[in-house]
Design a protein around this ligand. Structure first.
Ligand code: HEC
Length: 178
């Protein structure tokens, strides 16, 4: 019967998957995989694919977003003041895509909105994320929570702006390191 025919490869897939999954996520994934195995095609394949994806949120094997590359513990990496790692570069693109310069100035020095060079000396990363996501609509800061070009890159955006605020990134316009 169909179910039987599918269960050997599914078991192999499940154990390969579980070996590569952090402990905490394993129990859940094993349960879900059992459920998937009880389904008929084509639901079964879709189910297994989704469980696989959920068990590996980093998306290994799929196209990855750049990750921070910060041996010294800083969220950005910069060489020569303007050449930055892929993660920080992503933050710069989010800055451009959000057109933040319209209000915060081309060099983050402040215009209608405050200087982010100054703000990021004290603003925590959590507060930064909150203000980007929610805005401060009554004060003129728009919300970017619905704008994926910004909202999906908040950590990188923070890294880029932190580098500017620290004075480590010496010009607003940066170039990729590699
Ligand atoms: C339409 C103008 C406008 C745009 C566009 C804009 N901002 Fe703002 N932003 C403001 C204003 C005005 C404030 C000050 C709000 C207040 O008084 O609390 C602000 C506040 C902030 C703060 C909080 C600063 C602090 O010290 O608390 C951050 C961080 C910030 N903006 C980042 C950004 C980023 C990043 C972008 C682009 C994704 C952006 N802003 C786009 C107008 C803008």
């Amino acid at each position: 019967m169909l179910l039987y025919r599918w269960s050997a490869p599914a078991a192999a897939l499940a154990s390969a998957l579980l070996a590569a999954t952090p402990l905490a996520a394993r129990a859940d994934a094993a349960e879900d995989m059992k459920y998937c195995e009880s389904q008929q095609e084509p639901a079964r394949s879709v189910c297994i694919r989704d469980v696989k994806k959920a068990a590996d949120p980093s998306g290994a094997g799929e196209k990855k977003l750049p990750q921070p590359n910060n041996p010294d513990g800083k969220p950005y990496k910069v060489v020569g003041g303007t050449r930055v790692d892929a993660f920080t570069m992503e933050g710069f693109r989010a800055w451009r895509n959000g057109a933040c310069d319209r209000c915060h100035g081309a060099n983050q020095e402040g215009m209608v909105g405050p200087s982010l060079i100054a703000s990021l000396k004290t603003l925590s990363k959590a507060d930064f994320a909150a203000v980007i996501n929610n805005g401060r609509l009554d004060k003129g800061m728009p919300s970017f929570g619905q704008n994926p070009a910004v909202a999906q890159h908040i950590d990188a955006l923070y890294a880029y702006l932190k580098g500017r605020s620290d004075g480590a990134i010496t010009k607003a316009k940066v170039e990729p390191l590699d």
